[in-house]
Write a protein that binds this ligand. Structure first.
Ligand code: HEM
Length: 617
């Protein structure tokens, strides 16, 4: 009985979170806004958000109680004891994640009542996505054999479902005018989300199930039923695209009926998914005997590193791969849009972006990423690649410029739209603060000390999400720093070349200081993480940690030196461009028989001086 209540509350929590996210998506990106403010119909969608988020809050709360009652095999009255509840919510990871999600649902329910701009709606959308995916890290997928594959694929499954299922239900709830405006754009998003749902669902099923041994269990039957219904849903999606392609004579009546049926089927499949996630899959069989490395790092202990192993080992970090695929797909889409328009995009930028992405993949899923889990020295090499080498490739790929040139323009001349949102985010106060070179340097180098000289590093290495968060932080901090120093994308503030050079020298010195401090450590800074892996090679952990400090120094200074040279070159080029521009202007003015720029400026100063004297007389 109680397990049925767990499934039911999970289903309502998931469904209401999908509706919340779908409606926020509609509000932020699909329906028309008025110069960044919500329109009158937008205000009605806002009420859908707050009602569904309130449902999300209550069903998550019930899910916490039923889950705890199920785990402890105690009646609800027993688990309502404050001490039992408190220890579940604050000390057990599953409880912490569920509680986090519940609090965010309440926050979204309250704050959505007062939002008036599409920018803040987009921020609420992001927060809701984090909340809906948080419990995935503690779901039973997390304890199955292929740990990283199971978590990563379920994470992508849930995010993609939020867009696809949530978007379709939100469309069904919109008024006709808003639905007509939203559909073409949603159709593009839905295609990507549906592909992600199918791939992640299949990957997750393959990580969880040994079909040869378990195909006749109810778990496998439900998976098969989901696959069949998903094929029907994909057919519906195909019909949508066909209807839309029949512009201008789109059959809106048929389209609306199709959306309602599709939403109904999706709700049913969501119920199946909730059942799957609340029931243990049959054992895969042939499970490996206990392995410390697998239990702690989620990857089997590799043999001692060799050049060949570092180069060719591969253990897919599905979450990171999902993010990289998304980034590459968006970049390619941008280049295709430009090329179709007949515009040119320098090939060097595309190559640079591709190299940056490949470096990230190598340092997360490739051999470097694998060994980074097992030895501090390799972790440091991966850190340098993620924080200092890959970001240079990414910023020289000019992704923001590409986005600004290709994102859709305002649809009615009045809406801010996606491109407008990006521009206002770039010009925002927040953006001006973080692109201040001193702030960028503080984030870039300050995080080294915050991570390695506190207990943070040990804590983050212990968990998959901590490791992922750390890697993403390295990449983003590096992108921010190198964007300010050598970036080709527009920056909200112009940083003089001299300041850039000073900042680079400062980064170099701080980096050297950090590395020397690390090389002189006499205790381990990993909170016992590397010891717990029981690695049979590189047995002196302290020597390996000190070697990590030396590697960090050597590898870290090279990209900074390259950036220094690049900044000098940019500076000289800018100066010679400016000199040429003044020369050209002087010649043009001389040809027209008029004074050149400098002479004009002097005339202007003389006129000011004359006026000044006249007023004093
Ligand atoms: C090829 C198609 C699909 C496959 C193979 C598939 C497979 C899976 C698997 C294996 C899980 C993991 C369950 C667990 O944790 O044990 C899952 C979760 C789930 N699936 Fe699917 N799925 C597919 C499509 C869909 C579709 C179309 C929907 C909804 C419209 C859906 C909704 C869900 C939901 C709601 C969950 C639970 C997520 C959670 O734990 O938070 N799935 N799916």
């Amino acid at each position: 009985m109680i397990s049925a209540l767990v499934t039911a509350s999970k289903f309502f929590a998931l469904l209401s979170s999908f509706v919340t996210i779908g409606s926020l998506l509609a509000l932020a990106f699909l329906v028309l806004d008025k110069k960044g403010r919500l329109s009158t119909s937008g205000l009605k969608i806002r009420s859908i958000v707050s009602v569904s988020a309130l449902f999300w809050f209550f069903s998550s709360l019930l899910n916490i109680l039923f889950t705890l009652s199920n785990i402890l095999d105690q009646p609800l009255s027993a688990i309502l004891d404050p001490t039992v509840l408190r220890s579940f919510l604050f000390q057990i990871s599953l409880g912490q994640y569920l509680f986090f999600q519940t609090l965010i649902a309440l926050f979204v329910a309250i704050s959505s009542r007062v939002i008036t701009s599409s920018g803040y709606t987009a921020i609420l959308l992001l927060i809701s996505l984090i909340a809906v995916s948080a419990p995935v890290f503690q779901s039973h997928s997390a304890s199955s054999g292929s740990h990283a594959l199971a978590i990563g694929s379920l994470f992508i499954h849930v995010i993609a479902l939020s867009f696809w299922v949530g978007g379709v239900i939100a469309l069904a709830l919109l008024n006709e005018a808003d639905r007509k405006v939203s559909l073409p754009r949603f159709s593009e998003i839905a295609l990507w989300a549906a592909i992600a749902v199918v791939i992640s669902g299949v990957l997750n099923a393959s990580a969880r199930l040994n079909f040869a041994a378990a195909w006749s269990t109810s778990y496998a039957y439900v998976v098969i039923l989901k696959v069949v219904i998903t094929i029907v849903l994909l057919f519906f999606g195909y019909k949508h695209r066909n209807y839309l392609a029949a512009k201008p004579s789109v059959n809106w009546g048929a389209m609306t009926r199709l959306i309602s049926v599709e939403a109904g089927i999706m709700i049913f499949v969501t119920a199946l998914g909730s059942w799957l996630s609340s029931n243990q899959p049959p054992p895969r069989g042939g499970e490996e005997p206990f392995n410390a490395a697998l239990a702690v790092a989620g990857i089997k202990m590799p043999d001692a590193p060799t050049f060949k192993r570092i180069l060719f080992a591969y253990d897919p970090d599905i979450l990171m791969i999902g993010l990289l695929i998304l980034a590459v797909a968006l970049y390619i889409q941008g280049v295709v849009v430009l090329t179709r328009r007949g515009d040119k995009w320098p090939i060097g930028r595309t190559i640079s972006f591709a190299l940056g992405i490949s470096a990230i993949d190598f340092a997360t899923s490739g051999g470097l990423g694998v060994y980074a889990h097992f030895a501090f020295s390799w972790h440091m090499v991966a850190h340098m690649v993620l924080g200092m080498i890959a970001p240079i490739g990414i910023v020289l790929g000019a992704p923001i410029t590409l986005a600004l040139r290709t994102l859709p323009q305002s649809r009615d001349g009045e809406e801010l739209g996606i491109r407008g949102l990006l521009i206002s985010a770039l010009h925002s106060r927040y953006s001006r603060i973080i692109t201040n070179p001193v702030v960028a340097l503080a984030i870039f180098d300050g995080s080294l000390f915050a991570l390695y000289f506190t207990s943070l590093f040990g804590g983050m290495m212990q968990s998959h999400q901590g490791h992922l968060f750390m890697n993403i932080h390295f990449i983003l901090a590096g992108i921010l720093f190198f964007h300010v120093i050598v970036g080709v994308d527009p920056n909200p503030r112009k940083v003089p070349h001299l300041v850039r050079i000073v900042i680079l020298f400062a980064a170099m010195s701080i980096h050297a200081f950090f590395s020397v401090a690390l090389m002189s450590t006499t205790t381990l800074i990993d909170g016992g993480y590397f010891k717990s892996l029981q690695r049979p090679w590189a047995l002196d952990l302290l020597a390996n940690q000190q070697a990590g400090g030396a590697i960090g120094w050597a590898m870290g200074e090279i990209p900074i030196l390259i950036a220094l040279v690049a900044t000098f070159i940019q500076w000289m080029r800018d100066d010679s461009h400016e000199a040429k521009r003044i020369d050209r202007n002087t010649e043009r003015m001389a040809a027209l028989g008029q004074p050149d720029e400098l002479a004009q400026y002097n005339l202007y100063l003389n006129s000011l001086d004359k006026k000044d004297r006249e007023t004093r007389q």
